[in-house]
Design a protein around this ligand. Sequence first.
Ligand code: RFL
Ligand code: PHB
Length: 393
Amino acid sequence: MTVNRTQIGIIGAGPAGLMLARLLMEQGISSVILEAKTRKYVENRIRAGVLESGTVDLLNRAKADYRLKVKGQIHEGLELSINGQRSRIDLKRYSKGKSVTIYGQTELTIDLINTHLKAGGEIVFDAQNVQPNNFNTLEPKLTYSKNNIDYQLDCDFIAGCDGFHGISRSKIPIKDQNIFERVYPYAWLGILAESPPPSNELIYATHKRGFALYSMRPPSLSRSYLQCSPSLDLNDWPDNRIWDELQIRLGSQIDSHVSQGKIREKGVTPMRSFVVEPLRYGNLFLAGDAAHIVPPTGAKGLNLAMSDIQYLADAFLDFYKNNSFTGINNYSDRALSRIWKTERFSWWMTSILHKTKNESSFDDRIRLTELEYLLSSEAAMRSFAENYVGLPF
Ligand code: RFL
Ligand code: PHB
């Protein structure tokens, strides 16, 4: 067994683990990231696309925003389409000048990996059977193997940044996990297509046939989603059917603009709200999707992972620079306060835009009235914009 040592052992090279490693390194704190997948796999995962300004600021702190500054597309508004009628929400106007940046999670991940490796950071890709051990003591250890060699990584703290299906959360005794969960009775069928999007801004649509979303990966790709059944069989959805359905749900007003390019990727994403409390168990700290999931409607998952990481990096900094446990002791409560507000917004936005199969006529009318109120009230628009651009970190 080869034994190494670092200050923070990080499980997972998703946005959370990578950002934590970057922020720590900038402050002279050492870490090693253990990632189960290959670098190629991690860099090709297609996911989020909307960055809050807090996330953009953090990328700047991480010295990983050199491409974002050039390629990120600033959006000052978005559109809501209700049964084909489109209305714009001016995010900038209603959020005191803020906006969101469209930049793929794939690109952000590549930038963080490149920056970290160039700066001399250590990421072990393809690490097998990563196990957090002894995290209830002052001597936590991570064990793993690579190329049939066994390794042990001794550290002061372990950061579980290994996503919803990772190992970290499962190592906390069930009796110590308070779980809050809602599984939605629908999913999203997502596509990435070689076609320019039909609008300069995102379009969130609710329609009798269900929710749809037009998003983009500038300069030339569109990213679109359709509400579907969680058990949808992709074989039943040839490209033509997807384009037809998008056109129906997004409304006749965009028909002439839809360009039906080659679909590069198709996938089904289940919808879930999930929080585990607390985020700390001994010297194991959970962050990002390992600790919580939001349905993607509000575009919050990645951004929420980033605010956790800012709080966690600050907590470790407080410990190493000031010899103080205050940040570490407060991490869970501090992060959960923002997590729950974001859970609420994601749940609300999901609920008002998706039609459920057995929705009563009353529920349907309330949903539409909620949207009508949003579009007709300055107070409601301010509340929406404040949440969509992101609550402060
Ligand atoms: P990740 O990205 O899942 O990374 C976890 C990493 O841990 C590794 N791992 C392990 N490594 C070692 N040992 C183990 N036992 C391991 N188990 C797992 C995994 O391989 C992986 O590399 O979690 P992280 O870092 O917390 O980041 C969270 C975000 O990825 C996620 O919240 C977002 O993608 C959610 N999301 C969106 N968020 C937004 O902010 N804006 C959006 O527009 C947005 N759109 C989306 C989304 C997620 C989607 N899907 C597919 C879930 C759209 C979709 C369709
Ligand atoms: C995306 O571009 O993938 C995207 C945009 C907005 C969302 C979810 C996903 O709410």
